[in-house]
Ligand binder design. Structure first.
Ligand code: AQP
Length: 343
């Protein structure tokens, strides 16, 4: 079992920039609606941090979403909700570029070109492809198989080197690096190898305390939702399953609620001690967590509601982001076409 919200042993060290690889950060997020606690602790917090340290580009990956979402209105709505979530949680269009993948269609051209250096066997072994074969057996479309190639294209079209993601994306990032090596070997040094950057919580477990927090499982804490929704979700969390009676000593190291307290106050060691010695009960600890999450995210929720009331502002930011990237994407594509003999 994955430890709950465990700190990564070593958050990625800051690599040095060289003249040929200026450090640039890129990450893509699915237009899956409103962001949840796992998205924020696992990835978005790093998006926000890195926008102050490097040139930062963030993308809502609607082409990728088509592999699972087939209703156009739902896709449009979820894209808006995710954009509003990211802005509410701290992305600042003055300090980063936020855009929608399909607004820069060069991604798909590069994705296709990269498929020609990618053996099918690499794609068949990716864990997410295997998972999707289980979760949507009637819809194993080609896009699911080539998803990591398009993901590599998303990153390298901007020659990004740092990719803030949750641990579940680590295998895809490895594959991106292999694809870059395959391309550079065949056509000459073109792309830098990107690498994953993790937060202190690379895998946030869901309310079931066992599986990764995920919308498709339905075990999320919807941090931008109504306070009452957050309360219900937190109160439904599974804690230490061996702690039956209120007087039983708890094991905070396996309790997801105790672990999440790390991110919402400086007193988490005290909280863990309370559980370990049975001074406090699981219900008290959950109540406290719910109130802290609600308080922590209240300003973001306010911004989110404001943005939802003004969708034209969000649309303007996304459009301007895609326009800003046009020359960068065009320059990479010109270089790639030349190297591959398409000119
Ligand atoms: N539970 C998590 N812990 C840590 N990081 C997470 N991420 C997602 N869940 C966790 C990271 O958030 C970024 C965006 O993820 P995504 O594009 O997969 O978006 P999502 O669809 O909103 O995430 P879900 O709910 O986890 O999706 P499904 O239900 O499709 O599995 C990524 O960097 C991801 O690692």
């Amino acid at each position: 079992m994955t430890s709950p919200a465990q700190p990564s042993t070593a958050p990625a060290a800051k690599p040095a920039a060289t003249a040929s690889t200026p450090l640039k950060t890129f990450s893509g997020i699915q237009p899956s609606g409103v962001a949840h606690l796992g998205n924020d602790l696992g990835a978005i917090r790093n998006y926000v941090k890195l926008q102050d340290e490097y040139e930062a580009i963030y993308c809502i990956v609607d082409y990728h979403a088509l592999t699972s979402t087939h209703d156009p209105d739902v896709l449009r709505e979820r894209t808006r909700d995710m954009a509003a979530s990211l802005l509410a949680l701290g992305l600042d269009p003055e300090r980063c570029t936020l855009f929608v993948q399909s607004h820069r269609p060069e991604h798909t051209e590069l994705g296709w070109l990269l498929t020609t250096v990618t053996p099918v066997s690499w794609l068949e072994r990716t864990p997410t492809y295997k998972e999707k074969r289980e979760s949507q057996p009637d819809d194993i479309n080609h896009g699911l198989l080539t998803y990591p190639v398009l993901q590599a294209a998303d990153i390298v079209i901007y020659k990004a080197t740092l990719v803030p993601v949750g641990r579940d994306q680590a295998a895809h990032l490895e594959l991106s690096r292999e694809i870059v090596r395959a391309f550079n070997n065949r056509y000459g040094e073109t792309f830098p190898e990107p690498r994953a950057v993790f937060t202190e919580a690379p895998t946030v477990l869901g309310t079931d305390g066992v599986r990764k927090m995920s919308k498709s499982i339905g075990n999320t804490i919807d941090v931008l939702g109504e306070p009452e929704t957050i309360r219900k979700q937190v109160m439904s969390m599974v804690t230490d399953t061996q702690r039956i009676l209120r007087t039983d000593p708890g094991r905070p190291e396996v309790c997801n609620v105790c672990q999440l307290h790390r991110f919402f106050g400086d007193d988490y060691l005290e909280i863990q001690d309370g559980e370990r010695t049975a001074r406090t009960g699981c219900v008290d600890t959950k109540r406290l967590l719910a109130e802290r999450i609600i308080r922590h995210y209240a300003p973001a929720r306010e911004r989110y509601l404001e943005l939802q009331a003004h969708p034209e502002r969000v649309a303007g930011i996304l459009e301007e982001g895609a326009d800003r990237l046009r020359p960068v994407a065009a320059a990479t594509m010109a270089e790639v076409r030349e190297k591959m003999g398409l000119r």
